[in-house]
Design a protein around this ligand. Structure first.
Ligand code: BG6
Length: 470
């Protein structure tokens, strides 16, 4: 017997740009990732999602594999420019049909769809009008959300608006590693505000749509620990918590920004600027649930120097978080390597207890909000032995994190589902296809043939026993 309730959903996740391919098929418009990934030097060895793993053409085969594994829910995202090539206005019916057929195929196999409306692939046409820095993008998002509710709301109960603001705003507007490649914190804060406005508008539209379901928001669960107990490191840690957790969760779970930080940013940069009615809009449209994506813990230290981000995109251990050049914000804090930590080959700390701690912190701050673990997984180059993909490290990682969720449930958290990242090996935004996360291997030298990994059979048993057999 496990502590998982019997209605707990065992799933897996993906995102449109990372699996679908068919980047210009059947009337789809370009997204900012289609544009960005074709610019020289932006991604690992120039990899892009033009073909990805061709899920667009193979979704029936993929859904059959999900069913065979026993998946009870599938979290996927909709490509906004596949539905609305210009971001608003004319609807691309072929794109609408693709997701409609996918949803039907899932339901035929008793797999509950969970839709993410925005997993970073903004229509390029809207970027050309200012992207998230333009308030009109929030209005276009509401139109897009309404279209999705109209076309899929009769069959889909679980919805989330955005995936990981910290990534697409942080990388898009602070470090510049994602599109639109801006490096300006003030612009980041205003763009982020428009995302919160877009979210609130989409929640409001959901509530009047009559859909018998729930709508939430998906955030990175970034668990922090201070490097030392010195007053400086503790202050840096508090600040990291404030920015990476409270700033990003409070507006969607409390309907307001953390007051002290808001006053500071407005004094420093004059942002975020609110339009009349924004405060009320946020207050009135709090989420039904929160989705947590947990991969790693971050160790935080005080920081008095300029630094820039060096991401490990090769899987060569130690090429990220280099000592003496750790990423951070001068005068605020920096991310450092934990001297006692266990790290992946991509320099991500493996710390399962951080998932329990993070869930309990969310519960402490936001009360009894329903929680889904919408991503969690190990990125690795999987060994192939005698033709079998033997991903024992992934099994260990998932086993430990499932244990951490069970601990949180025992401590009273309302966790309703688990979606490992990812169902299938897919395109990593900046790491190409070498960083594998899936239960299913895709052979890029053999016509993208699918192959079940060892973890596929492990997860199959785990699901069948509702988490007991692991
Ligand atoms: C999450 C994203 O941040 O992490 C996914 O929602 C992403 O889209 C995943 O693929 C893993 O990140 P990476 O960089 O290892 O591919």
């Amino acid at each position: 017997m496990s502590a998982f309730p019997k209605e707990f959903l065992w799933g897996a996740a993906s995102a449109a740009y990372q699996v679908e391919g068919a980047h210009d098929a059947d009337g789809k418009g370009p997204s900012i990732w289609d544009t960005f990934s074709h610019l020289p030097g932006t991604t690992y060895q120039g990899t892009n999602g033009d073909v990805a793993v061709d899920h667009y053409h193979r979704f029936r085969e993929d859904v059959a594999l999900m069913a065979e594994m026993g998946m009870q829910s599938y979290r996927f995202s909709i490509s906004w420019p596949r539905l609305l090539p210009q971001g608003r206005g004319t609807v691309n019916e072929a794109g609408v049909k693709f997701y409609s057929d996918l949803i039907d195929a899932l339901l035929e196999h008793n797999i509950e769809p969970m839709i993410t409306l925005y997993h970073w692939d903004l229509p390029q046409a809207l970027q050309d009008e200012g992207g998230w820095e333009a308030r009109s993008t929030a209005e276009a998002f509401e139109e897009y959300a309404r279209l999705c509710y109209q076309r899929y709301g009769d069959r889909v109960k679980l919805w989330s608006t955005f995936n990981e603001t910290v990534c697409f705003i942080g990388f898009g507007y602070i470090t510049g590693g994602h599109p639109p490649g801006v490096q300006n914190p003030a612009r980041a804060i205003q763009a982020c505000h428009h995302v919160f406005v877009a979210h609130a508008k989409a929640v409001a539209a959901f509530r009047t749509s009559g859909i018998a379901g729930q709508i939430g928001f998906v955030n990175v669960l970034q668990t922090h620990t201070p490097l030392s107990q010195s007053a400086e490191d503790l202050a840096a840690y508090q600040l990291a918590e404030g920015i990476f957790t409270h700033w990003l969760y409070d507006p969607v779970l409390k309907g307001e920004y953390p007051a002290e930080l808001l006053a500071q940013t407005q004094a420093l940069w004059g942002v975020p600027q609110f339009a009349p009615g924004d405060e009320q809009l946020l207050r009135d449209n709090i989420c039904d649930f929160i989705g947590l994506n947990y991969y790693k813990r971050e160790t935080i230290a005080a920081n008095n120097q300029e630094s820039h981000l060096t991401i490990n995109t090769t899987g060569e251990k130690g090429s990220g978080h280099q000592q003496g050049n750790e990423f951070g914000f001068k005068g605020l804090f920096k991310f450092v390597r934990n001297p006692n930590g266990v790290y992946t080959d991509w320099d991500w700390e493996i710390y399962p207890q951080g998932l329990t701690e993070g869930i309990m912190n969310i519960k402490a701050r936001y009360g009894d909000i329903p929680i889904y673990i919408t991503e969690n997984g190990l990125g690795a180059k999987d060994p192939i032995i005698d033709g079998e993909v033997v991903d024992d490290d992934r099994i260990d990682y998932l086993r430990q994190h499932i244990g951490a969720i069970e601990d949180a449930i025992k401590q009273g958290a309302d966790v309703r589902g688990y979606y490992p990242w990812s169902f299938i090996d897919l395109l990593s935004w900046l790491n190409g296809f070498q960083k594998q996360y899936g239960f299913i291997y895709v052979d890029h030298n053999k016509d993208l043939a699918r192959q079940r990994k060892k973890s596929f059979f492990w997860y199959q048993k785990l699901i069948a026993s509702n988490g007991a057999e692991r």
